[in-house]
Design a protein around this ligand. Structure first.
Ligand SMILES: Nc1nc2c(c(=O)[nH]1)N[C@H]1C(S)=C(S)[C@@H](COP(=O)(O)OP(=O)(O)OC[C@H]3O[C@@H](n4cnc5c(=O)[nH]c(N)nc54)[C@H](O)[C@@H]3O)O[C@H]1N2
Ligand SMILES: Nc1nc2c(c(=O)[nH]1)N[C@H]1C(S)=C(S)[C@@H](COP(=O)(O)OP(=O)(O)OC[C@H]3O[C@@H](n4cnc5c(=O)[nH]c(N)nc54)[C@H](O)[C@@H]3O)O[C@H]1N2
Ligand code: SF4
Ligand SMILES: [Mo]
Length: 683
């Protein structure tokens, strides 16, 4: 029996784990108390890693689809078929007709994303359609355009935490644990902005907001702070550009106006603004995707930045601070061609000469089905399940069906893989080594560890890097994939970091200090060298240089006629600890903890529409209908229904839409759409 230190990569938090292995078999996983960031925390998924890795649903051999059933084939057959078809598509339609989808697991497993990037550039297609085009990158871009670099949230030292569209009990367990500990041990203010009175909201000041109206609340908070002269004037004067314009701009956004728009009482808006401005170290913990997937997405992120800026909560302990990055080798190769959507969403494609490697994923169906701006004919999907996780699943299904050739690289057969011509069995993270490195960006801790391989790959499953390498070799692209082992890959990737050897010998490495007060010597790397409250770049591209308020694309105010027919606001995708997105429904122990999807609604709303707790309902939009059990919950805002995402059997994205996109980045509008909810029994 051996006990190994490693980390969990079932999601981005990368919690330290202690893995017990008996006769080569993983028998137990526990939290790793010695891990300096996660300190022994793991969630139910982390506790049940043996059930995950040995699941009966694992894909352990390569398969091909033949006459609508799966036929087991050898790796040679599988890779040769992929190479042959991908070469054929390239010869017939050009290299950009291949799209590669990479999901959130790809972001978390560095080599999955890095090898997808490498392959994409070696094949010479610009069309990497990553989850970065539906999640998180938007806020990175918005903050970069404001500060010149991305500041992260130094929440452990904060004296006031604002959970803005964020429920860490479901999505980020360690943060929830830290907040509870801080509330008991020290004087700390907590403000929660959410249409649902979550368990966290019970612990602080709760602003129950109409979905999609967060920008109005932020503008009114800025109004109060500026009007009541609660700004950090010294900071604002010395380090920002455009404050006088902001002062003028927010004059119109009174708390009374915002109360009408958001449903939050004006007095609560004032109190929240005062608490936030008065505290010595205020830190907004912005929902990880929730505020992005809105009409106001980019401007929401800009507005939260402005709240931090005018109160001087930048680069000091407990606020938004500059995060050091690991210097790593870049596996990308230079690329001339632009991906789909680069012209429509120029800021997402490139700002100040920094070019993004991603296309606009919500334009994929148009490229496939209408050939615009050019046809996409083949797809490789790795570490993603777009048929469940992207908006308007019906349309994505049509698009995938229309492709000439489809490949899935995944440890399981997900809904997207069910359409694949070739299924390649990737092993799970437990069967390969990797680098745990995301703490810097998402947890604001400059810490990295080498995550050790815990067991050998099951069946004929293989690590992602091996799969891409072997595929590339068969396509005559072997020269770009010369690494022969995991060790060689990480030696190469980490060479510039300066701490490669330390990593091998220690649990992990704090590789830098946090960048407190860096601006005092280095300024901000924007064109003006100051924080850009007023953004000339936004203006140049035709967007508002100062963020304003736009109603959701569908709402009682923007589409009153539609509201008559669809009188409830749907929010989707609130997280629960048992599952990551569309994964783990096939793990019985986790399914037992969260057996079926539930649509949550306030009892008064249910009563208004003649619905009863526990009954099956149809949730309808113009796109279609979704059947789910109703759970009444007094914590919900009235007039709102909250539906989880990721259930293949009751997929909320069958009724979401692709037609309204966030205007700067093309992100889908997953939150705040109008629905009708009816008894499924027709009563
Ligand atoms: N309506 C609605 N839809 C949403 C959201 C929402 O809030 N509401 N949230 C969106 C957000 S924020 C995100 S990030 C996306 C996530 O969307 P996706 O990333 O598409 O979602 P997952 O279901 O996590 O798919 C991950 C796949 O990777 C596979 N996998 C696991 N480990 C490995 C590995 O090591 N290698 C390979 N090759 N594959 C692996 C899993 O088996 C699984 O099939 O969903 C989005 N969809
Ligand atoms: N267990 C688990 N954890 C995960 C994931 C997972 O799938 N499972 N996915 C990971 C990923 S990729 C992501 S992006 C994050 C997502 O993380 P977040 O985006 O932070 O999502 P949640 O923490 O679930 O919190 C969303 C909250 O926002 C509220 N809300 C919905 N609409 C609005 C709105 O318009 N305004 C406001 N103010 N609030 C609103 C909901 O009621 C809910 O309580 O979670 C990550 N962590
Ligand atoms: S939160 Fe859970 S799934 Fe995510 S890394 Fe930690 S233990 Fe794994
Ligand atoms: Mo996400």
């Amino acid at each position: 029996m051996t006990v190994m230190n490693s980390s969990c990569m079932l999601c981005v938090w990368d919690c330290g784990i202690k893995a017990t292995v008996e006769d080569g078999k993983l028998v137990k996983t526990e939290g790793l108390a010695e891990h300096p960031i996660t300190e022994g925390y793991i969630c139910p998924r982390g506790e049940n890693l043996p059930a995950y890795v040995y699941s009966d649903s694992r894909l352990l051999y390569p398969y091909r689809r033949k006459n609508n059933s799966l036929e087991r084939i050898t790796w040679d057959q599988a890779l040769d078929t992929c190479a042959e078809n991908l070469i054929k598509v390239k010869e017939k339609y050009g290299s950009k007709s291949l799209a590669i989808f990479c999901g959130s697991v790809g972001v978390e497993n560095i080599e999955v994303a890095a090898f997808a990037q490498r392959f994409k550039s070696a094949y010479n297609t610009p069309n990497l359609l990553s989850v970065e085009n539906i999640c998180y990158r938007l806020r990175i871009l918005a903050r970069q355009m404001t500060f010149g670099r991305y500041p992260g949230e130094d929440y452990r030292k904060a004296e006031c935490i604002v959970l803005w569209a964020h429920n860490p009990d479901g999505s980020k367990g360690m943060l929830a644990k830290t907040i509870r500990e801080k509330l008991t041990a020290e004087k700390m203010e907590l403000i929660v902005i959410d249409p649902k009175k979550t368990a966290m909201a019970e612990l602080g000041l709760h602003l129950q907001i109409r979905p999609g109206t967060d920008a109005a609340l932020a503008l009114a908070m800025l109004h109060v702070i500026i009007n009541e002269d609660r700004c950090d004037n010294e900071f604002v004067e010395n380090y920002t550009k455009g404050f006088p314009e902001l002062k003028e701009h927010v004059r119109q956004y009174t708390p009374e106006w915002a109360a009408d728009v958001t449903g939050v009482p004006a007095t609560d808006i004032k109190i929240a603004a005062r608490i936030f401005a008065q505290s010595n170290a205020s830190c907004i913990m912005q929902g990880i995707n929730t505020l992005d997937q809105h009409q106001n997405g980019f401007q929401n992120s800009r507005l939260l930045s402005l709240l931090q800026i005018v109160t001087g909560n930048i680069d000091k302990p407990g606020t938004w601070v500059t995060i050091p990055y690991i210097r790593m080798a870049d596996l990308r190769l230079p690329m001339e061609e632009k991906p789909i959507g680069a012209d429509e969403f120029p800021i997402f494609h490139s700002v100040w000469g920094r070019v993004s490697p991603y296309g606009i994923a919500t334009l994929f169906p148009k490229a496939v089905l209408e050939g615009k701006p050019y046809p996409i004919k083949a797809g490789i999907v790795t570490a993603a399940n777009p048929l469940v996780t992207y908006p308007d699943s019906g349309l994505y299904k049509k698009a995938f069906e229309a492709l000439d050739f489809r490949v899935s690289i995944d440890p399981f057969i997900n809904e997207t893989a069910e359409l694949a011509d070739i299924l390649l069995p990737a092993c799970t993270f437990l069967e390969k080594g990797s680098l745990g490195y995301v703490y810097g960006v998402v947890l604001c801790e400059p810490y990295a560890m080498l995550r050790k391989k815990v067991i050998e790959p099951l069946g004929e499953s293989r690590p992602d890097w091996w799969i891409w390498t072997e595929l590339a070799k068969r396509m005559g692209l072997g020269e770009y994939f010369s690494w022969k082992s995991e060790e060689e890959i990480f030696d190469y990737l980490l060479e510039p970091s300066g701490f490669r050897d330390e990593l091998k010998n220690q649990l992990g490495v704090f590789f830098a200090d946090k960048g407190y007060y860096q601006y005092k010597t280095a300024g901000f790397p924007t064109p003006s060298k100051k924080i850009e409250i007023y953004s000339d770049t936004m203006k140049e591209y035709g967007y508002d240089p100062l963020p304003g308020y736009v109603e959701p694309a569908q709402s009682p105010v923007s589409t009153p006629e539609l509201f008559k027919e669809y009188p409830i606001i749907l929010i989707s995708g609130a997280r629960r600890q048992e599952y990551a997105h569309s994964q783990q429904r096939n793990i019985p122990v986790l399914r037992g903890l969260n057996p079926e999807p539930l649509a949550e609604m306030h009892p008064a709303t249910a009563q208004r529409f003649g619905l009863i707790d526990g009954e099956k309902v149809n949730i309808k939009t113009q796109k279609g209908s979704l059947k789910m059990r109703l759970k009444t919950n007094e914590a919900m805002m009235t007039g709102v229904v909250s539906v989880p995402h990721g259930w293949g059997s009751a997929n909320v994205n069958q009724i979401t839409t692709i037609e309204s996109r966030e205007p700067v980045t093309g992100y889908p509008d997953f939150k705040a759409i109008l629905v009708r909810v009816e008894s499924a029994y027709g009563f």
